[in-house]
Write a protein that binds this ligand. Structure first.
Ligand SMILES: Nc1ncnc2c1ncn2[C@@H]1O[C@H](COP(=O)(O)OP(=O)(O)O)[C@@H](O)[C@H]1O
Ligand SMILES: [Mg+2]
Length: 227
């Protein structure tokens, strides 16, 4: 079980021509492992995550999740797949200002049509896993930037996804908080057995990842195992 990207090419319209954002990218991420995709700004990292998240359909190539190809699925099928299989942590937390930390998580499961009581238990488990059990009743403005980012990460795990996709989670954090968020993502990847892809523009904090792939101008160098 895993996330597989095979031969992905993605272009965007660019005046009279097209800009190649991803150029024949392939990547294999087993469950319970963490892959870092590193590259400068504009190299295609967010595009790679959007394709893996099935939010953008590539020009060519295949995204396979848990052995099932997403090619040819309807928009409805893709929405369903994202809801059940994919957790996405965008760069900006986008928490809802009026909801408590626990409610931010519960909303995800209610979209998924589960029972509120189960949701509350799961939300508390995850807040505990990210070290925020005692902040469950706080709203976003009562939390620090690092705490909001941890709520954001916990929320992405609410529906037990197979795939966890994280976009530059440390860019707004200082060194120490950045390292703590990386540790957290590593631990959750193992605990929740997600196939995790983390994109970042810097190499700091990447000591515990399973493989590092470098992206330049939409081309992905072969991933280097780190252990
Ligand atoms: N929606 C879009 N339309 C046109 N060009 C885009 C769009 N999104 C990204 N790009 C371009 O694609 C390239 C890769 O962007 P992106 O994936 O955001 O890179 P990164 O996340 O590494 O900064 C850049 O040249 C960017 O300007
Ligand atoms: Mg980006």
């Amino acid at each position: 079980m895993s996330l597989n990207l095979t031969d992905i090419t993605l272009t965007y319209p660019d005046g009279d021509t097209r800009l190649t954002a991803l150029d024949q990218v392939s990547l294999h991420v087993p469950r319970g492992s963490l892959t870092a995709v590193v590259g400068p700004s504009g190299s295609g990292k967010s595009s790679l995550l959007a394709v893996a998240a099935t939010l953008i359909t590539p020009d060519t190539g295949t995204v396979t999740i848990d052995g099932r190809s997403t090619t040819g699925l309807t928009r409805g099928d893709l929405t369903e797949l994202r809801r059940h299989k994919i957790g996405i942590v965008f760069q900006q937390p986008n928490l809802l200002p009026s909801l408590t930390a626990a409610e931010q998580l519960q909303v995800m499961a209610q979209i998924d049509g589960r029972k509120p009581r189960t949701d509350h238990t799961r939300a508390m488990e995850l807040l505990d896993a990210v070290g925020l059990a005692d902040q469950a009743g706080r709203r976003p403005h009562q939390l620090s930037g690092g705490q909001r980012q941890r709520v954001n990460i916990a929320r992405a795990l609410m529906n037990d996804p197979t795939v966890l996709l994280v976009d530059e989670p440390t860019s707004a954090l200082d060194h120490e908080r950045g390292a703590a968020v990386l540790d957290l993502i590593t631990r959750l990847t193992h605990q929740q057995a997600t196939a995790t892809v983390l994109v970042t523009h810097d190499h700091t904090h990447l000591t515990a990842v399973d493989q590092i792939a470098e992206v330049h101008d939409g081309r992905l160098a072969l991933p280097t195992p780190t252990r």
